[in-house]
Design a binder for this molecule. Structure first.
Ligand SMILES: [Zn+2]
Ligand SMILES: [Zn+2]
Length: 645
């Protein structure tokens, strides 16, 4: 009788299969349609070939293009396909490594005396397409070190021989497809036919092993998809994202600047950017005041001991600026606002009647990011955080957490963020006391409360085990811009550890000292990341309430300068941010320039408008809206701004 193995699926179901069965065969036993989509498998937490025989009882998850592991396998397999095309085009080429990256893959190659240009990429794409159509299987073969060395000595590839030096017998495998064999741990997709759309995107130089004393290799980047449609969509998105690049728009619209002498990762907010900051803070203050928050202000530095108490030191030390020494004491720039807020809680006697206490601050934090990691407003070293900490009793927790979530949703509506994903990160009971605060009961209780709040509010969320914070479960929020790019916003965290480490207490109804639960939340994230996101999201066309200039008056000639000034006065009196374009330019140019600055309203003034006591209104992106009475226009715009439409 054939031997049986038990396979456990992600939903907990266990089914029996014949020993040596493959993930593709398992998929087939479920449905033919699924089998066609399975490109890899997660076997006991490791990514495997979907065609590799499974010999023991395992946990199995079938991976498709939609899984990260599936995509990585797809792209890494595409790197092998590209290598095959390169080898057939440039015989004698030598290969270093070809990993998947965030969007696609690359391979580092030594072309010898030859060089490669854009045109070659197009030829390689054609060759790859030809090879993919052969549906060549990726064949895994365990091999002895001796045999492997033999193979690459014969081939004369010193790079693979170098890789082999670090490997020992029993862990070496070859993967072959078509006419190409590579030293590789895998895994790979079943066959090349899955790769239906190919784009080689870039050629760059890369020093071998990243060391500039070594030879420079040629790095060829590419991206592939299971369908042409997906590639077309990707290229379109790339084009659109380029136009909406927040660094480009930030410069054009006078939002922010960077200066080498100020330092990398330290944005300077220009007047237009500062207006946006002030509007966001106004929104936050209004919302938080409504929500019963109290505002506080705290210093930018604190003594070392504060961060030892909070646990940021030494665990978070790498992300903090080095300390400065004052009067023999070490001070750190603050990387988080929490410890300061905890001290405000501790500054007074608290009773259950003071709870919940909600402390809010647009806090300035400093984080040390590696210079290679810095990126526009997205990764910076100085950030302004829409921070608050809520100190509450266990009984109040669910209600407080619900209100925080509602605030997130309220903001999403205002900014037209239609797509967002909330991830509830949980603890792992086996790692209590190590990765997680050892309070199993409180973990289960708060996780259950968070789950209940999310479910009752009908907020779509996914649960992720073993990704909680050290001190409690958290909600990670991912938002998507109008062009569908993902941004990580901020976390909404439950904390039952810091209250204890800071010895925070309130007197409960039984006159006993009790430690509060703490919620950390920052629904608008940081000004830096959020405005970076908004620049892309709106393509710089901010709604009137956020726009640095809300209306621009464009007189057709300076004959109408006086009338333009009276209109400007009316706008200013109504608190509308407005200006006059009084340059000696043709009206067509004035309109074009104002449109480039993405000003929501243009008020054109000529003879007709002056005589009728009106303005000709042009709406950004929509065009002519006809002549309007000035007061009527002002009233309409005021309403639009008030409602943050
Ligand atoms: Zn490989
Ligand atoms: Zn905090």
């Amino acid at each position: 009788m054939e031997q049986q193995i038990n396979i456990t699926f992600p939903d907990g179901a266990v089914r029996e299969y014949i020993k040596g069965t493959t993930a593709v065969e398992v998929a087939k036993s479920i449905s033919e349609g699924l089998a066609k989509k399975v490109i890899a498998a997660d076997v006991n937490g490791k990514t495997w070939d979907a065609t590799r025989p499974i010999e023991d009882d395992v946990n199995l998850k079938l991976l498709t293009w939609d899984d990260k592991g599936g995509k990585n396998t797809f792209w890494h397999s595409s790197a092998h396909l590209m290598a095959e095309a390169i080898e057939s085009t440039f015989p004698g080429v030598k290969f270093w490594v070809g990993p998947p990256v965030d969007n696609g893959f690359y391979y580092d190659v030594d072309l010898g005396d030859r060089s490669i240009a854009e045109d070659d990429l197009r030829l390689l794409e054609i060759k790859m397409a030809e090879l993919s159509k052969q549906n060549s299987p990726y064949i895994r073969r365990p091999i002895s070190k001796k045999e492997a060395i033999n193979y690459f000595e014969k081939k004369g590839d010193e790079y693979k021989l170098d890789l082999l030096q670090g490997l020992t017998d029993g862990e070496i495998t070859f993967y072959a497809q078509g006419n190409f064999t590579d030293l590789c741990l895998g895994p790979h997709i079943p066959h090349t036919g899955f790769i239906k759309a190919i784009k080689l995107t870039n050629i760059a130089g890369a020093y071998w092993k990243g060391d500039e004393r070594n030879k420079q290799l040629t790095r060829i980047y590419g991206i592939t998809f299971p369908s042409q449609k997906q590639l077309d969509e990707y290229l379109e998105l790339l084009e659109e994202a380029k136009k909406r690049d927040h660094r480009k728009l930030g410069k054009e619209l006078g939002i922010f600047t960077m200066d080498d002498e100020v330092g990398p990762g330290l944005p300077l907010w220009m007047p237009n950017g500062t207006i946006i900051i002030e509007q966001l803070e106004k929104l936050a203050k209004e919302t938080e005041t409504d929500g019963g928050y109290k505002r506080v202000v705290t210093p930018h530095i604190a003594k070392e001991s504060l961060y030892l108490t909070s646990g940021h030191l030494p665990y978070y030390q790498d992300s903090m600026y080095p300390p400065m020494e004052i009067e023999g004491v070490k001070y750190y720039l603050k990387a988080m606002n929490c410890p300061h807020h905890h001290k405000i809680f501790a500054a007074e006697q608290r009773s259950y009647k003071d709870m919940p206490l909600r402390l809010a601050e647009y806090g300035t934090c400093y984080r040390y990011e590696q210079s290679g990691e810095l990126f526009g407003l997205m990764r910076v070293r100085c950030l302004h955080m829409n921070d608050a900490h809520i100190y509450c009793t266990r009984e109040q927790f669910a209600e407080e957490f619900r209100a925080v979530n509602e605030m997130y949703i309220k903001y999403f509506k205002i900014f037209g963020i239609d797509k967002y994903i909330m991830r509830l990160s949980l603890h792992d009971p086996e790692k209590l006391g190590k990765k997680y605060v050892n309070d199993p009961e409180l973990w289960l209780e708060t996780e259950a409360m968070v789950r209940k709040v999310m479910t009752e509010a009908n907020i779509p969320f996914v649960e992720v085990p073993d990704e909680g914070a050290f001190y409690g479960p958290k909600i990670d929020v991912q938002i998507y811009s109008t062009i569908g790019r993902e941004f990580t916003l901020a976390t909404n965290q439950v904390d039952f550890a810091q209250g204890r480490s800071f010895k925070l207490e309130f007197t409960n109804q039984n006159n006993e000292a009790e430690t509060p639960l703490i919620i950390h939340r920052a629904p608008l994230g940081t000004h830096e990341r959020f405005i970076g996101f908004l620049l892309e999201h709106y393509a710089g066309k901010f709604p009137a309430w956020l726009a640095p200039v809300q209306a621009k008056i464009l007189p057709i000639s300076d004959k109408f300068a006086d009338y333009a000034k009276t209109v400007l006065e009316k706008l200013k009196k109504a608190d509308i941010r407005a200006g006059i374009d009084d340059r000696n330019e043709k009206i067509g140019k004035k309109i074009r320039d104002t449109e480039l600055m993405r000003v929501p309203y243009m008020l054109v003034i000529g003879e007709k408008e002056v005589n009728a006591n009106k303005v000709a209104v042009r709406r950004q992106g929509k065009g002519d809206e006809g002549a309007k009475d000035v007061d009527e226009f002002v009233a309409g715009l005021r309403e639009e701004i008030r409602d943050r439409r």
